[in-house]
Design a protein around this ligand. Structure first.
Ligand code: SAM
Length: 312
């Protein structure tokens, strides 16, 4: 065997090899991360710009910035104040608890990014988002929509929230990361950046990782991957992911499921589908309402006690 066939033999088993020089070699072609890929930009407006040093400095997020896939800039709201106390908040009209972030510094901060007020904005390339417990719930579908936007501005609230005129004048939408109240929008902004960046082409070592995971959009059975290898996964199609196991095969008396030990890709795929259905029924029955099931899926779900008219 010559070196080329030997090398391609090694490559055949892997979708991607990430090399330390920033190249992704896919079976059959070579692409450069950063150079050829579209890059995305986040601007985060906050009173705590240092907050993000930790969350953005590790793993996929760090790599995506280093390779030029994404640029993340934080902007200190206090730099857009005009008084010597650098005041960003004031008491609420009508009384009530706490303080409210003033509209003017946020308005000026957004203007400084060359982003026009909502009513004058022509381009859909940039979107301005207010983090708010009153917002639309953040989902994987929303993350996918944001991942094809060139520029996202995230406005982080604090205290009792943000003067509503910020929302009216500047924001395309309000987003909540869940039904609970945080003390500030910074954690929510970090969550959104993380969920979006890992969807950018080239961000993950294996691009299939973001297809075959919880809430993944595709729901077809794929028996063979694009490089011809047998596939033992199943597009989640709105279900939760199936359970994962790694070595050793026995731990504290618990052994791995038999189907995973056998090496039969069809059996593994069917077991995983079954477990994804079971987990979704147990933990998030609401998700089942939006899914088109096969007859086999319905049988499995019925076995686990599902009623079609389940209302959570
Ligand atoms: N008074 C607000 C209410 O009851 O909806 C809560 C304000 S909260 C203490 C301060 C800031 O944290 C908000 O302005 C928002 O930016 C952020 N925040 C709180 N919960 C959030 C959530 N679930 N998702 C996104 N941002 C949130």
């Amino acid at each position: 065997m010559d070196w080329l066939s030997e090398a391609s033999g090694i490559l055949r088993g892997y979708r991607n090899w990430i090399l330390s020089n920033g190249l992704v070699i896919q079976a059959g072609n070579t692409v450069t991360i950063g150079g050829n890929h579209r890059s995305m930009r986040f601007d985060i407006i906050t009173i705590f710009p240092d907050f993000f040093t930790g969350p953005f400095n590790h793993g996929i997020l760090k790599r995506a910035q280093t390779s030029g896939l994404v640029e993340i800039a934080t902007h200190d709201l206090r730099s857009f104040t005009h008084d010597r106390h650098r005041t960003v908040d004031d008491r609420p009209f009508g009384g009530g608890e706490g303080m409210v972030l003033k509209a003017q510094p946020i308005y000026d901060a957004v203007q400084s990014l060359d982003i026009e007020p909502k009513s004058q904005r022509q381009s859909k390339k940039a979107t301005v988002i207010l983090l708010s417990a009153q917002g639309q719930r953040f989902t994987q579908t929303l993350a996918q929509q944001l991942a094809v936007t060139e520029r996202v501005v995230l406005v982080c609230g604090r205290y009792e929230g943000v003067d509503e005129r910020v929302n009216e004048l500047l924001c395309d939408r309000e987003i909540s990361i869940g039904d609970y109240v945080l003390s500030g929008g910074e954690l929510a902004a970090a969550v959104i950046v993380d969920a979006v960046v890992r969807l950018l082409p080239g961000a993950l070592g294996n691009p299939d990782s973001s297809r075959f995971e919880s809430f993944g959009v595709e729901d077809q059975e794929e028996t063979v991957s694009s490089d011809g290898m047998p596939r033992s996964t199943y597009g989640a199609g709105g279900l939760l992911d199936y359970p994962h196991y790694t070595r050793p095969a026995e731990f504290m008396g618990l052994t791995i499921p038999e189907a995973l030990a056998g090496g039969n890709h069809d059996a593994i795929r069917r077991w995983r589908r079954r477990m994804a259905l079971k987990k979704t029924l147990e933990n998030r029955p609401d998700l089942l309402q939006n899914i088109e099931f096969s007859d086999e899926d319905r049988e499995i779900l019925a076995e686990f006690g599902w009623r079609e008219s389940w209302d959570g």
